[in-house]
Design a protein around this ligand. Sequence first.
Ligand code: HEM
Length: 167
Amino acid sequence: MKTSLDLKLRLELYGINQETYYHAGVFWHAILPEFDEIINRFYAHILEHQKFRKLIPDPAKIDHLKVRQKAHWDRLFNSKFDDDYVRQVIATAEAHIKIRMPAYFYMAAYSIFLDELHAAAYRIALLEGNDVIATVKAINKVVIIDMDLTLSVYMKELVSLNSSQAR
Ligand code: HEM
C-alpha cells in the first residue's frame, strides 16, 4: 500500500521539505495550548447535524474520538511522512470507510480545521512575530497531502468494491 501511494513523488510535487517540517513543527507547538478547544468546537459543530450524529450512535465515544483526533493532528504536524504516518492515514481512512462515512464529510471536516488553523496562524504570528506566509504554506501542504492520501484510500476502496461487484 505504501509504495502505491507514491509518497516520495507526492512530497516532491507538494514541495514538502525541511522548511515545511520546521514551520509545521513551530506552529504546532504554538497552537497546542488551544487545540482542545478547537476540537471541542469541531465536534459541537458537526454534532449539530443529524447525518453526522448518526455516525456516532454512542455519545460516550466522543471523548475517545477527541483524543484520537488530536493524536492525528499531532502526528501530522510533527510528521516526516514516514511509514508509521502512512500506516496511520490508511488505518484512519479505513475506520471511516468501515462506518460508511461519505468522503465529503471528511472534506468538510478538513475545511473546518483549515479555517481554525489559518485563523490561529495569523493570531499567533501577530503575537509572536512568526513568518505567517511560511506558516500558512506549511499548514496547507501538510493538511492537503493528508486529505489527498485519505481520498486515495477511499478511491482504492471504491475500485475494489466496484470490481468485486462486477465479478
Ligand atoms: C479531519 C477529519 C477527521 C479526522 C482527521 C478523523 C480522525 C479520526 C481518527 C484518528 C480515528 C481513529 C481511527 C482508528 O481507530 O484507527 C477516527 C475514528 C472515527 N471517526 Fe473520525 N476523523 C475525522 C472526521 C470525522 C467525521 C466528520 C466524523 C463524523 C461523525 C468522524 C467519525 C468517526 C468515528 C465514528 C470514528 C470511530 C470509528 C470506529 O468505530 O472505528 N470522523 N477519526
